[in-house]
Design a protein. Structure first.
Length: 133
């Protein structure tokens, strides 16, 4: 991954926005709704932990901590096929290893929160639809 400008990043993020596909995820859970719900619960819990860790590492200017937190979070994001979140985490990871620009890292942190908030609402809507079918 290479560092991109804020404008390029926002453009890519818009292009990566895809509706959350709960049916595909349910298929991967072999049709087991309880397993899917547990997967989503764990994902949400991991994201909240990740956000807390990011904030602490940013406050302490701990670049190694940021990189490790990103590494831990990537697999969960990939599993959920949250492409917008993945792009942000990859940029945070790259910046923590190369540029180490705190202003840019805080910008990415805030974008992660915004994108996650949007995705969480989508996930909740899809879960509600699935339950009401």
């Amino acid at each position: 991954a290479t560092k991109i400008t804020i404008q390029q990043f926002e453009s890519q993020l818009k292009n990566a926005e895809q509706p959350f596909d709960i049916k595909n995820l349910l298929t991967e859970c072999m049709g087991q709704v309880a397993l899917l719900e547990e997967l989503i619960r764990l994902f949400k819990q991991n994201v909240l932990e990740f956000i807390g860790n990011l904030k602490a590492h940013l406050t302490n200017e701990d670049m190694k901590g940021l990189a490790f937190a990103c590494h831990k979070m990537k697999s969960g994001i990939k599993m959920m096929k949250a492409h917008g979140l993945l792009q942000i985490v990859e940029q945070i990871d790259l910046e923590s290893k190369t540029g180490k620009d705190l202003k840019h890292l805080n910008f990415l942190y805030n974008h992660f929160i915004d994108e996650y908030s949007r995705l969480e609402k989508q996930i909740d809507r899809e879960c509600d639809k699935m339950k009401n079918q």
